[in-house]
Design a protein around this ligand. Sequence first.
Ligand SMILES: Nc1ncnc2c1ncn2[C@@H]1O[C@H](COP(=O)(O)OP(=O)(O)OP(=O)(O)O)[C@@H](O)[C@H]1O
Ligand SMILES: [Mg+2]
Length: 241
Amino acid sequence: MAHLIELKDVYKIYPMGGEAVHALDGVSLTIDRGEFVAIVGQSGSGKSTAMNIIGCLDVPTSGTYRLGGVDVSTMDDDRQAEIRNKMLGFVFQQYNLIPKLTVLENVELPLLYAGISGQERRERAVQALDRVGLADKQKHLPNQLSGGQQQRVSIARALAGKPSVILADEPTGALDSRTGREVLEFLQKLNEEGDTVVLITHDNAIARKARRIVRLQDGRIIYDGDAAAPQAVVRAEEEQV
Ligand SMILES: Nc1ncnc2c1ncn2[C@@H]1O[C@H](COP(=O)(O)OP(=O)(O)OP(=O)(O)O)[C@@H](O)[C@H]1O
Ligand SMILES: [Mg+2]
């Protein structure tokens, strides 16, 4: 069977004055269903660029990207948006919850945009909130929840769309370390239950919670393997150079 995610010799080049910035400089990477992968690297290494391509928010300058066996690297915006809604669930550092809507309504909203009927919307949203342990908070407004709970609502919102991949970009960035760990354990649990999770982080301690680490440096992969291996984590002082 085809890989769920397959990047082949992907370049993302930004012209900057007379120079060209190689944000991604020949990245080849495959991710299969059921994996939990952390993409790490220092600031400017290309993590967000990789995330935008994997998330169908941007296209490579050259090279190919296949998602679920389909070449999305050359699609127009409308087709990309369609694939994005169908296959991807996003979790961001900022939860992006709508303050005036209840927790339940927030989780239902993307399903409304996806044209899913009222009853199914409700069922899926309730089920997703149940999965994140917030079934009893449906009627709350976001500001009546803790930061960790709000992040779990945003995870429920991603789950309700039944995505093939959960893409989490610095999901613990706005949380204290204990709450951040809880959210991470939560992503681990979803992965154990079968979900595919791709996590973007600059934090080695967070990355080690994944099963596999892909480390970027200057737009290239410098490590791809077991998250528990000693080589997976480069010490901070070595990273500075
Ligand atoms: N729109 C753009 N135009 C020009 N250069 C860009 C653009 N977007 C990103 N870059 C450059 O590409 C490189 C990779 O950027 P990217 O945002 O992917 O890094 P990152 O690993 O996400 O960093 P951070 O941890 O700070 O978020 C950087 O050198 C950046 O300056
Ligand atoms: Mg970034």
